[in-house]
Write a protein that binds this ligand. Structure first.
Ligand code: ATP
Length: 423
């Protein structure tokens, strides 16, 4: 592994060296594992370091955080901890553990274990390798299931026949890694994966776990590839028997890619988009509201996510129609779009090829979005109006005038307010 480690950026090498020192100092063997090691061998950049510790991952993480002066979040229940350094560097530390699944798709019973046991509980051979940070075997690859060979041949392979029954989220994980790396799912693994889907095992998993794995698929570089493969394997049926990834969904995903790039390029100072949600809303387009609501419930989506999905489902058609005409006044554009999230707005733009609609959305984001008045409550008070619902009504009328360029300056705003009071 030495030659792979030498190629790492300096900041990663430094963290790994410090981790090795900590391992030695506290006398707990520590190993590089999981996705970090896989990507290291593949030559893919990965700034999430995965470390497994024989002993206590938490004690190890506390000592490492002290030396790195990093933020530390401890998950006592799972014996894990996460260290964050700056914006994009993360170290996930776990206690080596043994997992037993009492029944299909149940949560495992966990106890601390050896590195061998920890590797045996993992999803695929390519994720079940380790490299010791210290000792006689320092930096030597520990690869009990032939992960390196599978990486070289581009194969996703489970470790034992009951793997998908133990944890059906691995079905989504297998597809995700296969599509991400352009690998193949090894024939026996594929047969067991299809069997697990046919038996409806995905429906048995706790909603939040499915939500998390589905979101990870939609966050991949090409979510369209991910959903197509899941659809082809019959895996979308766990959400709804009516759900399909069709050619038109594929085309819509591609248009969304383009609109997201446009948004990120032009509005980088706005909040970060929940891109996965845009694709998810697009995926649900062909379903009716009742079907969509069942899926939201099945995945235990958060309130904010639910609100955006339902709002899009109920209003996007109406809004598209209203914005597909020439000469819509800015105040009307503002009223239609101000209540939408950026995710819904991007989906609106991707779903329509009408030029003026695209221009209205661009104007909204560039000019009207977040537009403020010069006047305030103090001014209204100064004009003898007592605070109350009338304030909001007056402000709304002034805003409409401002959007339509009928008032521009503070004194024009004040003049309009005086006129409104009189009338
Ligand atoms: P990514 O590159 O997407 O971050 P990763 O392999 O780092 O992928 P994580 O979800 O961060 O994936 O998990 C870290 C490691 O934990 C995996 O490499 C795998 O060994 C193990 N793992 C994660 N989820 C499961 C699971 N459901 N079953 C078994 N092992 C798992």
């Amino acid at each position: 592994m030495k030659r792979y480690l030498q190629k790492l950026p300096a900041e990663l090498k430094e963290i790994i060296n410090l981790a090795a020192q900590v391992s030695q100092d506290i006398g707990m063997p520590a190993y590089l594992v999981g996705g970090f090691l896989r990507d290291l061998i593949l030559g893919v950049q990965n700034f999430d370091i995965d470390i497994t510790v024989e002993g206590s991952g938490i004690v190890f993480a506390q000592a490492l955080a002290k030396r790195l002066k990093s933020d530390l979040r401890i998950h006592e229940r799972f014996g894990t901890a996460t260290l964050t350094l700056g914006n994009c560097l993360k170290v996930d530390v776990a206690t080596a553990r043994l997992e037993k699944y009492p029944s299909c798709a149940s949560l495992p019973v966990v106890s601390s274990g050896s590195l061998k046991e920890d590797l045996r509980r993992r999803d695929f051979t390519i994720n079940a390798m380790a490299a010791s940070l210290v000792g006689a075997d320092e930096h030597k690859l520990i690869d009990p299931f032939g992960g390196q060979n599978d990486l070289a041949s581009g194969r996703i392979r489970i470790l034992h026949d009951l793997s998908f029954r133990d944890d059906p989220t691995r079905i989504l994980r297998a597809i995700r890694f296969q599509q991400r790396f352009n690998f193949k799912i090894e024939p026996k693994t594929l047969k067991l994966l299809k069997q697990a889907i046919e038996e409806g095992l995905l429906k048995k998993v706790h909603s939040h776990r499915m939500r998390d794995e589905l979101i990870l698929m939609l966050k991949e570089i090409d979510p369209s590839k991910q959903m197509k493969r899941l659809n082809d394997l019959g895996g979308l049926s766990f959400l709804s028997d009516k759900l399909r990834f069709t050619k038109s969904t594929h085309d819509l995903f591609k248009l969304i890619d383009k609109e997201i790039r446009w948004f990120v390029k032009n509005f980088s100072s706005r909040r970060k988009l929940d891109s996965w949600l845009i694709y998810f809303m697009a995926l649900l387009k062909s379903l009716n509201l009742a079907q969509v609501k069942i899926i939201i419930l099945k995945l235990g989506l958060r309130k904010g996510e639910e609100k955006r999905i339902i709002n899009d489902h109920q209003n996007s058609h109406k809004i598209t129609l209203s914005l597909s005409k020439r000469g819509v006044r800015p105040a009307h554009i503002f009223t239609l779009l101000e209540l939408l999230s950026y995710e819904e707005i991007i989906l609106l733009r991707a779903s329509s090829q009408v030029k003026c609609l695209k221009k209205y959305i661009k104007d909204f984001l560039e000019i009207y979005n977040g537009m403020r008045l010069f006047v305030s409550g103090h001014d209204l008070h100064g004009l003898g109006i007592l605070p109350g619902p009338r304030y909001e009504k007056i402000f709304a009328q002034v805003l409409v005038a401002k959007l339509n360029a009928e008032v521009k300056t503070r004194s024009q705003e004040l003049a309009l307010i005086k006129k409104l009071i009189k009338s």
